[in-house]
Design a protein around this ligand. Structure first.
Ligand code: KDG
Ligand code: MG
Length: 414
């Protein structure tokens, strides 16, 4: 089970993806997602220049030891680039081991705790009628839990809202990293933000959705780190009548203590962590029971090995998983998440934005979405293939996530 080769593939079938492919001497191939939206080439360089040379000739079976070697051995710890690179190696090695075992990965992780993973989709609209159409379309697609985002009166564009959505259906290219040129240079787009306008608008949006769809449907909302702690406490309390499944990223995530203040004021469940990359980002949040759901992804948090340990620690405090699953998690990262979703006892929900048909021509998946639940399939390993010939038709496109500013020009969290 020695590692014979490891290559980094960068492709852009609709959006950028970075994938590590490791092959053993006897020809078994494993994949790992290393996509870091807007900073893709930094992870590619980290892997190509500093990690791949260390892997060649090593024993692919030694997953935990390889993780420790790459994490502790580098001396410099954590950070999104390092942890995405380690995640890709770790996931590829789990894929290989499960294929050697002839089992789907979830079997090696302890076996299934459930028949499928409850998934939530992203409904959005520039205004309430458009949002209600989008919710209807998501229900028709089979979703049993739905995230709600809308435009805000007075603001031109808002995170998480598709520009237009004929018939309210799902749009694959909502919130991509974009290409905008200014003064001959590629620049991120700039969105203008007003927190008070947002806080005035959101409760009325939930009122409209609840009165149209009733009390049963689990509803989620992502505030994308834009409020102060006291603003977040106020909005969470204002939303209590609408019984949210969760309010996500209420405040900038790195300030763990901020969640304590919100918690003192509200019973709205809280989720945070998509920008975290280590269990150490969560220690106050978990031990203080300041959140209800852990939002990290396998892709950004050091792989299957690290994510399993993080979720096991969360379980001690009765906190559940809600893994990040937008389209910048590649199908490889999504499959890895689904195997964990099935295997951990403290599963909560899985975010699931479908990838575009173009993306799925490059990444051949076997996971399926049925009756609102995702299943990773029983194909040995992760169950995803990368078609490198198809990938070669889609070269990397430099693109950035948008930047948020207040009306006076001040850069704001997003
Ligand atoms: O790359 C950034 C996106 O992954 C993020 O903005 C999506 O907030 C997000 C979510 O909850 O899916
Ligand atoms: Mg989010």
């Amino acid at each position: 089970m020695r590692i014979k080769s490891a290559e980094v593939n960068v492709t852009s079938p609709g959006r950028n993806f970075v994938t590590l492919r490791i092959t053993t001497e006897d020809g078994v191939t494993g994949l790992g997602d290393a996509t870091l939206n807007g900073r893709e080439l930094a992870v590619r360089a980290y892997l190509d220049d500093h990690v791949v040379p260390l892997l060649l000739g090593e024993d692919a079976a030694r997953i935990e030891d390889t993780w420790q070697y790459l994490y502790r051995g580098a001396y410099w710890r954590r950070g999104p680039v390092t942890m995405a690179a380690i995640a890709a190696v770790d996931t590829a090695l789990w894929d290989i081991k499960a294929q050697y075992a002839g089992m789907p990965l979830y079997q090696l992780l302890g076996g299934a705790c459930r028949t499928g993973a409850l998934a939530y989709g992203h409904a959005s609209g520039r205004d309430v009628p458009e949002l209600l159409d989008s919710v209807r379309a998501h229900l028709a697609l089979g979703y049993r839990a739905i995230r709600i985002q809308t435009g805000i009166p007075g603001l031109d564009s808002v995170y998480g809202v598709a520009a237009s959505s004929p018939g309210g259906g799902e749009r694959y290219d909502y919130e991509p990293a974009r290409r905008v040129t200014g003064g001959g240079r590629l620049r991120p787009t700039v969105e203008i933000w007003d927190t008070r306008a947002y806080m005035r608008h959101v409760p009325a949006v939930f009122e409209a959705v609840r009165s149209e769809f009733g009390p049963e449907l689990p509803l989620l909302h992502d505030a994308h780190h834009r409020m102060t702690p006291i603003q977040a406490a106020r909005l969470s309390r204002d939303l209590e009548p609408y019984d949210l499944f969760w309010l996500e990223d209420a405040t900038p995530a790195e300030d763990q203590e901020a969640l304590r203040l919100i918690r003192h004021h509200t019973t709205t469940p809280l989720a945070i962590g998509e920008v975290f990359n280590s269990v150490h980002d969560y220690t106050t949040l978990l031990s203080g029971r300041l959140i209800d759901y852990v939002r990290s992804a396998v892709t950004h948090t050091g792989g299957v090995t690290a994510m399993k340990k993080l979720l096991d620690l969360a379980a001690v405090y009765g906190i559940r998983s809600g893994m990040h699953g937008p389209t910048d998690i590649s199908p490889v990262g999504m499959a890895a998440a689904l195997h964990l979703d099935l295997a951990v006892h403290n599963f909560g929900i899985q975010e699931y934005m479908r990838h575009s048909p173009q993306t799925l021509d490059v990444f051949r998946t076997s996971y399926r979405f049925e009756d609102g639940l995702l299943h990773p399939s029983d194909t040995p390993g992760l169950g995803v293939d990368l078609d490198t010939e198809a990938a070669a038709h889609f070269p990397y496109q430099q693109a950035y996530l948008p930047v948020n500013r207040l009306s006076d020009g001040t850069v704001h969290d997003w």
